[in-house]
Structures are given as structure tokens and as C-alpha cells.
Design a protein around this ligand. Structure first.
Ligand code: SF4
Length: 327
């Protein structure tokens, strides 16, 4: 496999379990399996859309990949380096190649720092360049995200939500990352501003060859910028497919229900709305067998007995994996 065809990111059997403590001595009384045995890959310069309802473990998975949460088990390999095996000091250096963009740019930007200070800081911390080259880089980054030098000495509160997210993106780019986790990066923005920021992310991915893990609770948001899409439910990936395939031919009953809620203007392509019953079960006490069985319109006795594994559909079409006993 040459470098172009090898995946940039490989996630293998990644889990993140949080201890649940109780009683007077705060003993561990159980484990919350926020992410459970998740595996997938992202190719160079491609976007993987990760979708699911809030609380399904998407953000924990994004943070576990970057080791902002220390994984409980599994491996993360970025461009040939096993991130999960790196000692702390080496991890700090490796962080240059992987960045995160948060949902709320206002909370992630210091209110007391100007745009210039915000964008200079990562380069100063990693001792990259000279004062002159750093300043040139800041101007270049602002240009990339569609802003000019007039914003250099302004503070976050002087910008709109969309502009602040552009500054957040520029900051994520300061160290020339290969991989960015965008965690609900457009969820707090108005629909028209959302599409501007999505277009910007798609352009960065195309022109700079950056790979993205784009996390969203909304399947409609990830549709146009993702090459692959993964659907998560109660800490597990239940379906992974090329974006086009997943939207045209969703297999998992959960994916079908999520897709049926997206409004489609063309009446011929409209799907029958599938309304899911009940709430997402507590990850502290997930159902036996298939985690989706308590809400699945197609559940059968086997679903309570055995958890379906994520398996490849064998019909010779694009790689499409699903975890469901129907297939
Ligand atoms: Fe539904 Fe059973 Fe498939 Fe789970 S395994 S999604 S319960 S049909």
C-alpha cells in the first residue's frame, strides 16, 4: 500500500469507559461504556462524517482519538505513528498534526486575547518560525478563512458566531495539521452561516489535503462534505458506508429512522417518516444483545440474545458495513 492509498487515520477497537463511583468510599460501582470497540479508517484528504443523537459517544470518540480523553482500550494510528502508544512528551509534539474545532467558538477563544495573539500562541508554544514569519503565517491563515488584516487587533466579542468559528478554524490550522476533529463545529450557527463554514471546511480539505472527522447530530449537515459516514448508537458504530451509498440505501433501522426525518424537496424521493419510540437507553445499563433493540421497529427474538457485529455487506458494491441481524 503506498502513502496515497494508505489511510491517514486508523482507529482499531477503540473504547473509552468511565468509572461510575458511589457510596461513602466512592468505590467504583460500574462502568459507563461511552465508546465501545470502535474501528474505522479515514483516507488522506477525506472527511469522515460521524453522526448520532446527543449522548451517543461521538464527542468522546473524537477526544479519545486525540487522547484528550485517555482511551481504555484500542489503538489510534495517525500517518504511521501509534498515537495511543506515545509517551506524554512525544504526544505533545504529535498534537501539532491533529487539532480540534469546538462547537462553541466563543467558549474556546480567550476573551482577553486579540485575533493576532490567539493565532500566534500555538506557533510560540511549539517554537515555530521567527516573529516575522509567524506574523506572515497569521495573515495567510486569515486570508484562507476569508478575513483580512483589519481583524488582527480585535477581540472575540467583536465578531459574529460565524466569524468566531472562522477564527477557531484559522487557529486549528496554525500548526499545519494533517487531521482535524470538527466537533459539532456548525451546530451553534444559523443555517446560512452553517453553509458558509461547511464550504470553508470542504475547501480546506480539498486544497490543503487535510483529513477531517466531522461530528454532528444532524445527518443532513454531514451529507455534502463527507466521503464516508459512520452512524453511532450507544457508543458503537452501527453502520459505515460511502456517503452516497448511505444516503441512497441506508441499511440499519436506526440510520433509516434518522434519514426519514430529513426534509427532501423532491416528492418522489421522500421517505416515509419513521418515528422512533422511547428514549436512548442509559449507557450505564444498555439492553442485552443489540443496543438498538428497545427502539427498533424490526426487532426479533435473536436481537435480545446476541449483539450483531459490524459486517460487510456481500453484494460486490461499495464497502458498506452494518451491525444488524437483518443482514
Ligand atoms: Fe433491529 Fe435486531 Fe437489527 Fe438491532 S439487530 S437493529 S434490533 S433488527
Amino acid at each position: 500500500m503506498n502513502r496515497e492509498t494508505a489511510p491517514l487515520l486508523r482507529v482499531e477497537g477503540l473504547s473509552k469507559h468511565f468509572p461510575v463511583r458511589g457510596g461513602f468510599f466512592r468505590r467504583v460501582t460500574g462502568w459507563l461504556k461511552a465508546v465501545d470497540d470502535v474501528s474505522f479508517q479515514i483516507a488522506h484528504g477525506q472527511t469522515f462524517g460521524l453522526v448520532g443523537e446527543s449522548g451517543c459517544g461521538k464527542s468522546t470518540l473524537g477526544r479519545a482519538i486525540l487522547r484528550l480523553h485517555e482511551p481504555t482500550a484500542g489503538r489510534v494510528i495517525l500517518d504511521g505513528t501509534e498515537i495511543t502508544a506515545l509517551p506524554r512528551r512525544a504526544l505533545t509534539a504529535a498534537r501539532r498534526r491533529m487539532q480540534i474545532i469546538f462547537q462553541d467558538p466563543y467558549a474556546s477563544l480567550s476573551p482577553r486575547r486579540t485575533v493576532l495573539q490567539t493565532l500566534l500562541e500555538p506557533m510560540e508554544v511549539h517554537r515555530i518560525g521567527t516573529p516575522r514569519t509567524r506574523r506572515e503565517k497569521v495573515l495567510e491563515l486569515l486570508h484562507i478563512v476569508g478575513m483580512g488584516p483589519e481583524v488582527l487587533h480585535r477581540y472575540p466579542h467583536e465578531f459574529s458566531g460565524g466569524q468566531r468559528q472562522r477564527i477557531g478554524i484559522a487557529r486549528a490550522l496554525t500548526l499545519d495539521p494533517r487531521f482535524i476533529v470538527a466537533d459539532e463545529a456548525v451546530s451553534a450557527l444559523d443555517v446560512s452561516v452553517q453553509s458558509q463554514v461547511l464550504n470553508l471546511i470542504a475547501r480546506l480539505q480539498r486544497e490543503l489535503g487535510i483529513s477531517f472527522l466531522f461530528i454532528s447530530h444532524d445527518l443532513a449537515v454531514v451529507q455534502h462534505i463527507s466521503h464516508q459516514v459512520g452512524v453511532m448508537y450507544l457508543g458503537r458504530l452501527v453502520e459505515i458506508a460511502p456517503a452516497e451509498d448511505l444516503y441512497r440505501d441506508p441499511l440499519h433501522p436506526y440510520t433509516r429512522a434518522l434519514l426519514s426525518a430529513i426534509p427532501v424537496p423532491d416528492p418522489k424521493r421522500r421517505r416515509k417518516r419513521i418515528v422512533l419510540q422511547g428514549d436512548v437507553p442509559s449507557p450505564l445499563a444498555p439492553p442485552s444483545g443489540c443496543p438498538f433493540r428497545t427502539r427498533c421497529p424490526e426487532a426479533m427474538p435473536l436481537c435480545a440474545e446476541r449483539a450483531p457485529r459490524l459486517t460487510q455487506r456481500h453484494d460486490g458494491r461499495a464497502p458498506h458495513r452494518v451491525a444488524c441481524h437483518l443482514y
